[in-house]
Write a protein that binds this ligand. Structure first.
Ligand code: 13P
Ligand code: SF4
Length: 361
């Protein structure tokens, strides 16, 4: 018999145990799909309790994972903070490999599992620790701020990490701490360009790209605005700067979620990964979502089936060499110790302040 969960039936007990989740996701998931998902959700939740495990699920997980089995859900910053303080013995990272490494760096005594070791990231694979050592030789004394979407090797060469939620704050803090007016912000070129428009610190950037967000164009947004004149357009800062210029708001996945939940727009477009809108929509029944989106092939490697197998077989364990972890921890911890980022301002107001370019390495 396969041990991938297909042996479990949709019994009345399963139906009762998962009724709350079904109520949330029934506008995103069909009843036929639900009969397959629900038994696995019930079994995963049972196994978690038995093993003392928690699941940290990123906002890009599909709704049955996000709402069905995620114990803590959120953006990269929230998940890193949760990994640092969690009391669980085992963390299953429902996200991509760099997120599991970040959890291991922050919680070296815990077992960190990722359901698929191939869940990578185009940003993380755009740069190596050796590249960062060369950059530091070229720009001595300039602090290195690294996006968390990087390998542990890269974080070990970093002064302080950032996420899309706090990048401006971290860049300004790095300049203050190191007493400079220049900061290296790697590896996402577009995040760097978008940060450069919101600060007077000079930014040195690398040409990494998120393969999901780089595909959106300003023309896509203008076409959407013409087709849906009442829709508010929210875009992730990994998009090109010209996309953010014509969007109504830019922010991390958590900031987009907060925008919809708090401001309750009648119609909204989320310019980001496809599952994001499904997950927010479950909590925002009065908002209509227009859904142009791009799939992240790495995030989509994670499924209920491989989460179940991860818990059943304790696989696949993510480890980080202790020497690398120790150096990387300093950079991640410096970020975590900062106060929470300010509520994002409307991007068009920020943009009006100034318009500067970055220095590309
Ligand atoms: P945030 O959730 O931090 O906004 O990041 C988006 C992303 O692309 C993660 O891989
Ligand atoms: Fe990486 Fe982009 Fe996928 Fe996030 S969405 S994991 S940044 S490729």
């Amino acid at each position: 018999m396969p041990a991938d969960g297909s042996q479990f039936d949709f019994t009345p007990a399963v139906e009762a145990a998962t009724a709350g989740t079904w109520d949330k996701v029934k506008r995103q998931v069909t009843p036929i799909e639900w009969r397959l998902h629900a038994p696995l959700i019930a079994e995963i939740n049972r196994l978690k309790a038995e093993k003392g495990a928690v699941i940290l699920a990123h906002n890009y997980m599909t709704p049955e994972i996000f709402h069905g089995v995620g114990d803590f859900v959120g953006d990269s910053l929230a998940l890193a903070k949760e990994a640092a303080k969690s009391k669980a013995k085992i963390i299953v990272q429902a996200g991509v490999h760099f997120m599991a490494e970040t959890s291991k760096i922050l919680s070296p005594d815990k077992t960190i599992l990722i359901p698929d070791l191939l869940a990578g990231c185009s940003l993380a694979s755009s740069i190596t620790g050796a590249d960062v050592r060369l950059i530091k030789q070229r720009y001595p004394g300039v602090p290195v701020v690294t996006y968390v979407n990087t390998t542990a090797d890269v974080k070990a060469e970093t002064d302080i990490c950032c996420t899309s939620a706090n990048a401006v704050q971290v860049v300004e803090e790095a300049a203050r701490m190191w007493g400079t007016d220049r900061v290296i912000l790697i590896p996402d070129e577009f995040l760097a360009r978008n940060v450069a428009r919101q600060t007077h610190i000079k930014i040195i950037a690398w040409q990494g790209r998120c393969e999901v967000h780089e595909r959106f164009t300003a023309e896509d947004i203008l076409d959407l605005k013409a087709a849906y004149p009442g829709a508010e357009v929210l875009a992730h800062p990994e998009c090109p700067a010209e996309v953010l210029e014509v969007a109504d708001f830019a922010g991390s996945t958590a900031a987009m979620n907060d925008y919809v939940i708090q401001r309750k727009p009648k119609q909204v477009v989320l310019i980001t990964e496809c599952s994001m809108a499904d997950n927010v929509a479950a909590d925002a029944p009065d908002t209509e979502f227009v859904r142009p989106c791009n799939l992240c092939p790495h995030m989509k490697r994670i499924s209920l089936e491989n989460i179940y197998e991860a818990l059943l077989y304790d696989r696949y364990e993510v480890t980080v060499d202790e020497d690398i972890a120790e150096r990387a921890r300093l950079a991640v911890q410096r970020m975590i110790d900062l106060p929470p980022p300010a509520i994002p301002a409307r991007y068009d107001l920020v943009k009006a302040r100034h318009h500067v370019d970055v220095e590309l390495i």
